[in-house]
Design a protein around this ligand. Sequence first.
Ligand code: SF4
Length: 499
Amino acid sequence: MTEARAGRRYLVRTFGCQMNEHDSGRAAGVLESLGYRPTTSPEDADLILLNTCAVRENADNKLYGTLGHLKATKQRRRSAGQDLTIVVGGCLAQKDGATVAERAPWVDVVYGTHNLPDLPKLLAQADSAAVPVVELIEQLETFPSALPAKREVRHHAWVSVSVGCNNSCTFCIVPALRGPERSRPPEEIVDEVERLVADGVIEVTLLGQNVNSYGRDLFGASRFAELLRALGGIGGLERGRFTSPHPRDFTEDVLLAMVETPNVMPHLHLPLQSGSDRLLRLMRRSYRQRRYLSLVERTRELLPDAALTTDIIVGFPGETEEDFQATLEVVDRVRFDQAFTFQYSPRPGTPAAELVTSFVPPEVVTDRYARLEPMVRSHSRQAHERLVGTEQELLIESPSKTDPSRWSGRTRGNHLVHLPAAEVGADGVPSYAPGDLVTVPVTEAATNYALAGPVLGVRHTEAGRATAAAMARGEGWRALTSVPGPTGVSLPVVSSSRH
Ligand code: SF4
């Protein structure tokens, strides 16, 4: 199997959320374990894997548009005596499964959210199949985290603590596609983080649809606070983050764990969705405005410097001006460091999509959105202004895409800060690199970022040094490193006779 794929190139394209980013890293790891090597160019790829999202608007149009382009590429390749393997995975594949195969029969493999471990088997089957190979199962058997992985950068990794969700927010398709919540045993998570740190990672983001209920299915009560505290015991882990908590399940012990664990970063992303109790009820979000605000108040008491970010939906079916005013009121009181605001649009398959008669007219949604946006932007600017005059330690992320004189990094509170580009020595090695920790004074604020400089100090890390060396060799700052799966977890064995 591995020999058959050796030297062939793959490209993974990710749509949607961090969970998909995490799964894409696993998909890439699985492909590399089969002998594939990465490429960034679709023209060079022998295999293109689309890791799809069913949450974003027009997700299916985008998928079929992309597949249309790939059909033409595949036909061109075939006339030149070559091939292109097209794989569709992730949430939209789980939702539409057989429909993808019917609408785009030139696709080779369609696999669902629980089928990633079977990818080698499915690719082997596709080699001799005349029609797309489709596999969708309802229950997770192997956690994607237990698979080999490939990271985009050397210093950061996504680590899933649970998959699925037991809630039933009426706008959300996740429970239908990812199934009920299942937590990974804590020792497995800690083991994964330790292995990642040994491999140069200094920042991990723990991922779950509702991290606050982590462990309930295993222990009958949430163990998320304990998990955060366990991160504190992992030497070399500079920054631990997590997403996303649910306001209903958020307990004080999580805040205390954040306070008492120095390497858990002071940043809380707490999805609000709406400030109206009536609307929260319609959304089946089982907390109310009062609960949300008291949680914010307690966070500010215990973690006064913590950054608070949120998600807000405008124009959910049935939203009245009064409901919207309640959202504005909460936004005005909390003054989020950043708010991700969305105009409601129905997602097929969700209960809210059926509430056609109470859809808010588009012009009303647009008007409300236009009133909310300046408020959240102004708060965001104020949050960056509060950084001006302070010294911040930034974890360097990347050179700027648009301005060669700037690089970007993140504060402990996850604020984006641009700083002067690293100086490059005669040997081509930059003075710091993605993965290094750099102290800078913050000098200026903008809405979505702050500016800083000059550099006051650099803490070089193993990841930063490896990236700097790769940059000096002309390989760029992105990592092309693979991480094997944990001991004892193997991929399904596929006999080469199946080709
Ligand atoms: S908590 Fe609600 S929004 Fe989040 S994944 Fe579960 S159902 Fe979706």
